[in-house]
Design a protein around this ligand. Sequence first.
Ligand SMILES: C[S@@+](CC[C@H](N)C(=O)[O-])C[C@H]1O[C@@H](n2cnc3c(N)ncnc32)[C@H](O)[C@@H]1O
Length: 281
Amino acid sequence: MPKAEMLSKLLAKASHQFSGAGFQTPELDAKLLVQHITGFSSAELISKSNDIISVEQSIEFADFVERRLTHEPVHRIIGYREFYGRAFLLSDATLIPRPDTETLVEAVVELKPASVLEIGTGSGAIAISLAAELPKVEITATDISKDALETATTNALAHDVLGRIRFLEADLFAGVAGKYDLIVSNPPYIPSVEIKTLQKEVQAFDPLAALDGGKDGLDFYRAIFKDASKFLKPEGKVCVEIGLGQEDDVSRIATANGYGNVTVIKDLNQINRVIVGTLGA
Ligand SMILES: C[S@@+](CC[C@H](N)C(=O)[O-])C[C@H]1O[C@@H](n2cnc3c(N)ncnc32)[C@H](O)[C@@H]1O
């Protein structure tokens, strides 16, 4: 039965268990869980390290630790993830937004489009960040998952941008209308056979529809570049996130479908992460 315990001890014990389980960031995981329960900032965790947390909080923490030990990601346990400086609520139907995807947002922000279509919005992390960073942009954001769209709508409301984002339940471009300056997507891009080799945190807890990119992982790039021109203004752009080592294949798909000035952008880890192509250039 969990008992009232000193914060520092609780943190040390959980970090030790997470480290023993082979997790990559044991201290950070423990810290985020304790912060969620106590509402303390990072600085407060240090200044209040001798504080005793209540029995109720200890019980909740023990439950969180148990869940984490089954490889449930910390952000699923606490229910949200920070992305581009804002908090995004998660649900079972949404991918946890990844820091790598901030490179995609940054690339689009620099292009300053007035209208954007996002394919596969998930938690809404990309569309909402764009709407918040570009005060005049109008966005249509689609997803095949109704549940994901509900979470994205809640997030857009929380970040006060719902008035400039139209969420649409759609399979790729089905039901999409209008012409846009830019189409952005972080599509599912894991080759189907590789899904069972992913770490359990991803394989068992991210929705399959957010991961599976078909036999070679490139199905969505082929589909997006094939039809995007129908929804782009002249010289409109397509900006997509790519998986490790997909830059040559995706650049080839873009070029074959009539896109020029195809550019590859690296993420903070110097990995090729984003491809931008301009229609007809
Ligand atoms: C890799 S996740 C990206 C989620 C979010 N944009 C992000 O970057 O965190 C891909 C998203 O595409 C959605 N999706 C999968 N198949 C789709 C389809 N045929 N049409 C539209 N969206 C689809 C998934 O439900 C998922 O939300």
